[in-house]
Each structure stands twice: as C-alpha cells, then as structure tokens.
Design a protein around this ligand. Structure first.
Ligand code: PHE
Length: 345
C-alpha cells in the first residue's frame, strides 16, 4: 500500500497546509499563540491523525505516518517562529510610533513660551569668590546656620556676658537652656568647626547665610551672606594676611583695585583690622574684618598656639554684589521680581 496516498497521510497533508496558511495570516502575537495551541493541541487536526496511528496494523505504514506527523509538527513550529518574528518586529515598530514624542515641537514651544532663569546675584558672587579663593589655594568648607552659643560666641573668645557680644544683634532659637542656641550671626563659628575637624595646615573659605535682628533698609537685611577665610600654618604673620587680602582684591575686582587695613577690634582676632578696597577712581569701599587668630580661639579649635598661628577674615557678599551691579537698594535683590533679576546675566 502506498503510504503517501493513505487517507491519514492526506488528512495530515491538508491539516499541515491549512495550519501553515493560518499561521501566515495570523495578525498578532496573541492570535498566533492561541492558534498554535489549537493546531498542536490534543483536539487539533494533527492530534486526530496521530490518534489513528494505533489503528494501523502495517508497521512500515505506522512508522511512515509517525514520522510524517513529527515532520508536520516541526513545520508548524518553524512557520510559527518565522511569523512570530515578523509580528514582533511590526508590533515594536507600532509601539515606537505610538509612543513617539516630537522633541522639535517641544523645543520650539519652550523657546517661545518659557523664560530662562538666572542665578541670584548673591549666588553668582559666591561662586566667583569661591573660584578666586580656590585659585589662591583655598578649600571650601560649610557649617550649620543654627549654631550653639559655644561656636557662635564662646569659642570665639566671648564668654557669657562678654560686652563684645552686643556687636551682633542676635536671633535666638527656643531651647531647653535659654539662649544656648542661636541663628549664627556671622560665619566665624565655622572657623572653630574647621579647626576641630581638619588637621593643619588649613587654607579654607567658608561662605554661608547669617542672621541678625535688623530692620530691612537699603543697606541692611536680617538675612544676608558672608564669606569667612581661615589660614592656619606654622609661622604665619600679619604680612601674610595683608598680602592675601591684596592678592584677593586684584584677582576678584581687577588689577586697578587695591586694598588697605585699618586698626579695629574683634574679640577673636588680635591684632584686628578692617579692610577697605580702593576703586580705580580713588574712592573706597568698606569690605570686612580680619586679624590674627587669637590664641584662645586656636585653643578652642584644639590647636596649640605655640605651634600654630594664623589669620582670619570675613566679609559680606550681598554688599559686594550690590556694589558690583550698581544696585541701589539691597531689598530689590530679594524682591522675587524677575524684571529685576533679568537685568543681570
Ligand atoms: N565675624 C566678623 C563679623 O561678622 C568678621 C570677621 C571675621 C572679623 C574674621 C575678623 C576675622 O563682623
């Protein structure tokens, strides 16, 4: 008997042809999956042919039909694999298309409807100051805005009820021990923190926000910014202080500017001075305070005054920004009005 023409073989051939055709015309991966389980499952046309194997008495015919069934199943699987690949490629392309965002359109609308922000004048000034001091070999440090009495006053050579404490109109934070926690009135407490944490030699600047009980006016704000400088090394003298202030003045303001020191008083420096900057037109701007770090302060920072000496300086950043940009009233810098900030870029 010719096996190729047996009814089972014919049934198998047509099941295969139909199966392949329906695989090729399936329209989605989900469809294909459902279709394949129908075609190769127990109730599928191929399974029906397979079930008839047992009825065949002719061994050769049974072997031939058996392997034809396996071939047919393999063919269905490979057709399904090809189709699945095609479908997935198409589905992915479709997904990309549907999730596509037109960036050119976004960019265009941003350009026409959104205003570009600018850094605050004080931020710009702070960053420039940091750059200049980094150029002079300094590192940047920061400390907390809420300070203890110890760091803000006592370690800076101002024991409780020292009269010099009244140089700063202090804002206090409620605490268990009344008056022991303050909003720092200057950046000088960071000197102590740096001395306690960094092994000398120290070349550091410490910018930050400070707070004083002041009524806002054209030249005063209750919240403003300072930058503190601290140098601790062996054999540091007042000449190093004067030289550093002068180098900074030229690097920050330009070669036409120069600096001078006037005797002054701060409890944490001895001797102390105030420093001014001379503009090219000959007029002077008062900038800040400075001096040689007091031995009591070195000790509070954990350093031996017989081994180490140093100088410190501190000045207001807001006033410098005001000077530089010709702003008349400090309050304008904090008005949140973009028409003001837009003037400076
Ligand atoms: N902390 C002082 C002030 O706020 C400035 C200063 C800093 C003076 C360092 C001397 C040394 O006025």
């Amino acid at each position: 008997m010719s096996t190729s023409s047996s009814p089972e073989m014919q049934q198998l051939a047509s099941a295969l042809a139909e199966g392949v055709a329906s695989i090729r015309s399936s329209t989605s991966s989900d469809d294909l999956r459902t279709l394949m389980s129908a075609l190769t499952g127990k109730k599928g046309a191929i399974a029906t042919v397979k079930a008839s194997l047992g009825k065949l008495t002719d061994i050769d015919a049974r072997k031939a039909l058996g392997s034809a069934v396996n071939d047919a199943l393999n063919e269905l699987h490979s057709a399904a694999e090809t189709r699945s690949r095609e479908l997935r490629t198409a589905e992915f392309a479709e997904q990309i298309q549907s999730e596509r965002v037109d960036m050119t359109e976004l960019a265009l609308s941003a350009r026409t409807t959104q205003r570009r922000g600018r850094m605050h004048l004080v931020t710009q000034a702070t960053e420039r100051l940091e750059d200049v001091f980094i150029g002079l070999g300094f590192q940047i440090a920061e400390g907390p805005e809420v300070e203890t009495d110890f760091y803000n006053f006592e370690a800076l050579n101002m024991p409780p009820s020292h009269p010099a404490r009244s140089m700063w109109d202090t804002l206090f934070i409620e605490s268990d021990v009344e008056g022991s926690v303050v909003l720092r009135t200057h950046t000088s407490p960071v000197q102590i923190r740096v001395m306690q944490e960094w092994p000398p030699p120290i070349y550091a600047v410490m910018p930050g926000r400070v707070f004083r009980k002041e009524t806002p006016d054209a030249t005063h704000m209750p919240v403003f910014h300072q930058i503190e400088g601290l140098v601790i090394d062996r054999g540091i003298t007042f000449a190093d202080l004067a030289g550093t202030i002068e180098s900074f003045t030229k690097a920050f303001f330009g070669s036409g500017f120069t600096s001078r020191l006037r005797p002054s008083y701060f409890p944490f420096t001895e001797p102390s001075a105030e420093f001014d900057i001379r503009r090219p037109d000959g007029s002077w701007i008062e900038l800040g305070g400075c001096g040689m770090v007091h031995p009591h302060v070195l000790r509070a920072g954990g350093l031996d005054p017989n081994e180490w000496s140093g100088f410190a300086f501190g000045f207001g950043i807001d006033r410098m920004a005001k000077e530089r940009h010709g702003v008349n009233d400090l309050r304008d810098m904090y008005s949140d009005d973009v028409r003001f900030t837009e003037q400076f870029s």
